[in-house]
Design a protein around this ligand. Structure first.
Ligand SMILES: Nc1ncnc2c1ncn2[C@@H]1O[C@H](COP(=O)(O)OP(=O)(O)OP(=O)(O)O)[C@@H](O)[C@H]1O
Length: 841
């Protein structure tokens, strides 16, 4: 039906209302039903409203055309309705109830106020599903229970609190059944089951929604987490079907000793040993917080004291245990028990030395008159830290850790190579490995399997300086979060090694364009590409516009000669390896983010070494760090130096995106072939010195060239022509015109004179325009394709549309990282959509 004819004619009504057509008379579209059957709830507000014709406004009518089955919740002015709506002529039982008589003064006030009335339309399906699938997974001591017990799927009316009560009952039943199963074995009498970790996740067809940590599986907690997360998901992805995934992991602990233990204390020691985690990435063992909390209760302490009553500190075990808890020393006490220390000595440390869980005994303080105190403390100290593994917060700070402090971070073994760790990359200053964090020691995400990237720098010479430069840049970026910049989580230094913890990317851009095929030039893919380019330019703008504050090196122990380093506000190492890709949903178009802010490292490289470095890079890496350096390489490098490098990245990604596979390699080889080899090796810069200038450049060759004497390398101009020819054949203007304009913009960035290159700000403005045009065109195509008879010349991949959402989601979740910004001391957080990161499931 043409839209015009819809306006004023299409109406929505309740099942009890009259005909949806404007024409008076009995309803031709009334739902079939027994004739003259009265409406279910006559006279209720809904029924009243439904008896009026409710013409759609323009936006509603157009959306009704697009989504014909979209239900309505229309708001209409009562006075408008009475003016526009035909008088009901339906049978008596369908007539509206006569309005209750009220004083005329009130009536006239009402009519002046023109009150709104909500007309709810029932017969059409709802946008929001009433029921959602809920999957429940329960594990006990790291293992799934029997499939019948552990994996359950329900259909839930997600808005109904009672349905979460049922869920709670299901969980409780299974936990009780597990307990019964355990205690059937007489060895297990006295065992208790407790929750180790819980999470609540909304999984959509195309997106993953918010996560929550569930620390307590009470019905109200489940209800609150589930409804909150689902609402968060629907808010972002209103038309997407979803399901709820609730995972609860339980552990068990023995609290009553068996004959075989003999003593209560021995049982506690055995339990502690069994709960110690696998060693962390530094080969240190630790007792995860969730188990520690179970083993440090006042009751357990009391039982231990009762078994071996202290001689000096009073003989009431209950009072003593309570005092230990009050002093915040329960973990210290249990750690003493674990070392088989006498209770008297443990109490001496707590009541005599006033040590507690936050004020621990320190090494080298051997001055106590109490016999054996110093010796026992020395022994205790060897293992004490295992009970106090750190909690990791997203604070963006750098921490100095003592030698034996424990970070609850674990390496991930590389299954392919059999190595103990999985390397994500190796840089000039250290390595980057994939790690996990014990879920009870962080609040970064509700997903216990989430992996992170740990970058290590050794504390030697340039490496330490490189760390400090990178970190001081990161500190500022952390405060200025940007959705297209990878910011760190936290950082620390221990045993002479500096660490920076990051969210883990799926891969870097180099690997992506080398190993993955282009998604194709459909409208949505072009829009995605332009969004990423724009995002990177905007990230760079935020760096370029970052004003220098006081020296970031002040807090570092080694002074860095600032005259040798660039101030903040530059990246100066933009290359595909330093652009990380984050996939929200595996296999979909990823989000590009700038990373590696050790920009100063370029300047720490002594000039004398530059030649050797380039040669070593030639042999070790096909494309080296310097490929993207602009022609002003040996002169003062300013912000346009980044613009040149970014344009190189754009150009290569465009080749990958628009040309058949193989061209990227070809382009690189061509650049190398055209190298003047003045230094004895082939560089693959995007420029070369002008032949005339080169002739007089002498031994300095390319590196001595003045920027003004350079020109674009012929391979680059050749590839511009190739790309333009290819794009000219594109039947769609989105590819032909927009990518054509993109090439124009890239060419501007390749101005030999740095001053003539657009600033990051200008680049963003231009990319903004292109992105907006691409998105509008892509949406139109999408509409055409989804309209019957519409053109289907575009391969619409849902991933692309969703990527737009990802970017937006990302802006708030990783850029603003509102969930990271919250106080980590709050345990029951609801996390919004997680920042992109690789997940092992
Ligand atoms: N957060 C991360 N997630 C996944 N991989 C990462 C992450 N950070 C770095 N990597 C990988 O490690 C590689 C090296 O990291 P990075 O560039 O930070 O180190 P670098 O020492 O500064 O390297 P270079 O000196 O070559 O620039 C990256 O190219 C990337 O492949």
């Amino acid at each position: 039906m043409p839209r015009d004819s819809l306006e004023g004619a299409v109406t929505r009504r309740s099942p009890t209302g009259p005909s949806p057509t404007a024409a008076p008379g009995p309803s031709p579209t009334r739902r079939p039903g027994p004739p003259n059957k009265p409406p279910a709830a006559p006279g209720r507000a809904r029924g009243d409203a439904g008896t009026h014709e409710a013409p759609l406004d323009a936006s509603e009518s157009s959306s009704a055309t697009r989504h014909q089955r979209v239900p309505s919740l229309s708001v209409q002015k009562a006075s408008d309705r009475s003016a526009e709506a035909p008088q009901p002529t339906s049978p008596d039982h369908l007539s509206p109830r006569p309005p209750a008589s009220r004083p005329s003064s009130i009536r006239s006030a009402r009519s002046r106020e023109r009150p709104f009335q909500i007309i709810e339309d029932d017969p059409l399906p709802r946008i929001l599903p009433e029921k959602s699938e809920c999957r429940l997974r329960i594990t006990f001591d790291g293992r799934d229970g029997t499939p019948k017990q552990s994996q359950l799927t329900f259909e839930k009316t997600w808005t109904d609190p009672a349905s979460y009560g049922e869920l709670y009952q299901q969980i409780k039943q299974r936990v009780d059944a597990h307990k019964r199963e355990l205690v059937r074995d007489r060895q297990n009498v006295g065992i208790e089951v407790y929750q180790r970790h819980g999470s609540c996740l909304v999984v959509g067809g195309r997106h993953e929604g918010p996560y929550s940590v569930i620390e307590d599986y009470e019905a109200e907690v489940l209800e609150q987490k589930a409804i909150q997360n689902i609402c968060g998901f629907i808010y972002r992805h209103p038309f997407e079907p979803f399901r709820l995934e609730i995972c609860l992991h339980f552990s068990s602990i023995r609290k009553t000793p068996q004959q075989s233990y003999g003593r209560y204390g021995r049982m506690v020691i055995a339990e502690i040993n069994s709960k110690m985690s696998d060693n962390n990435f530094m080969d240190q063992e630790f007792l995860p917080r969730v188990h520690r909390d179970q083993l440090t209760s006042a009751q357990i302490i009391e039982n231990i004291l009762r078994e071996e009553p202290p001689r000096k500190f009073g003989s009431d075990p209950r009072r003593l245990s309570q005092e230990i808890v009050q002093r915040g020393a329960s973990t210290l006490f249990i750690a003493c028990v674990h070392r088989s220390m006498e209770n008297d000595l443990a109490l001496h440390l707590i009541f005599g030395h006033n040590y507690n869980d936050t004020k621990l005994p320190l090494p080298g303080k051997g001055t106590c008159r109490e016999p054996s105190c110093d010796y026992e403390v020395k022994i205790l100290l060897k293992h004490l830290r295992a009970f106090f593994a750190r909690t990791i917060e997203r604070d963006g700070k750098r921490h100095e850790l003592e030698y034996d402090e424990v970070m609850p971070i674990m390496n991930i073994a590389n299954e392919e190579t059999g190595a103990k760790e999985t390397k994500l990359g190796e840089g000039s200053y250290g390595s980057v490995t994939a790690v996990t964090i014990d879920p009870s020691h962080h609040y970064l995400t509700g997903d216990p399997d989430r992996t992170f990237a740990l970058k290590k720098f050794t504390d030697q010479g340039n490496f330490a300086a490189s760390f400090r430069r990178e970190f001081s840049m990161l500190e500022r970026l952390f405060r200025k979060q940007h959705p297209h910049i990878v910011t760190h989580i936290t950082s620390w230094t221990q045993r002479g090694i500096h660490y920076i913890l990051y969210p883990q990317a799926t891969r870097n851009l180099r690997t992506h364009i080398d190993k993955h095929q282009s998604p194709g030039r459909s409208g949505v893919n072009v829009a995605w590409l332009l969004r990423q380019f724009n995002g990177l330019a905007d990230g760079l703008r935020s760096i370029h516009e970052m004003t220098e504050e006081t020296s970031g090196y002040e807090h570092s122990s080694t002074t860095v000669d600032q005259t040798n380093h660039f101030v903040y506000g530059y990246h100066h190492d933009i290359k595909p390896e330093n652009i990380l890709l984050f996939e929200h949903v595996p296999g979909r178009n990823p989000v590009f983010k700038l990373s590696d802010f050790g920009a100063g490292k370029f300047h720490t490289m002594p000039k004398s070494q530059i030649h050797e470095t380039m040669i070593s890079q030639q042999s070790s890496q096909l494309r080296g760090t310097m490929s993207y350096y602009g022609p002003e390489l040996r002169r003062s490098k300013t912000r346009p130096f980044d613009i040149w490098a970014l344009a190189c990245v754009y150009f290569e990604v465009t080749i990958w995106f628009a040309l058949p596979p193989g061209h990227l390699e070809q382009f690189h080889l061509l650049r190398e072939e055209q190298s003047p080899r003045t230094l004895g090796w082939a560089d693959d810069y995007y420029w070369r010195e002008s032949p005339v200038a080169g002739a007089g450049a002498g031994a300095g060759g390319a590196t001595a060239t003045a920027a003004d004497d350079a020109q674009l390398r012929p391979a680059v101009t050749q590839y511009f022509t190739l790309l333009r020819d290819e794009l000219a054949k594109d039947p769609d203007e989105i590819g032909r015109l927009l990518l054509g304009s993109l090439l124009d913009l890239i060419l501007e960035c390749f101005a030999i004179n740095p001053k003539e290159r657009p600033t990051a700000d200008k680049l963003c403005n231009r990319l903004d325009e292109l992105q907006n045009q691409a998105e509008t065109l892509a949406k139109n195509y999408e509409r055409e394709v989804s309209t019957p008879g519409g053109s289907s010349g575009h391969s619409l991949q849902s991933s692309d549309a969703s990527d737009h959402d990802h970017d937006n989601g990302n802006a708030s979740s990783n850029g603003g990282d509102d969930f990271f910004a919250r106080s980590p001391s709050q345990r029951n957080l609801t996390f919004p959509e997680d920042p992109p990161s690789h997940r092992h499931r």
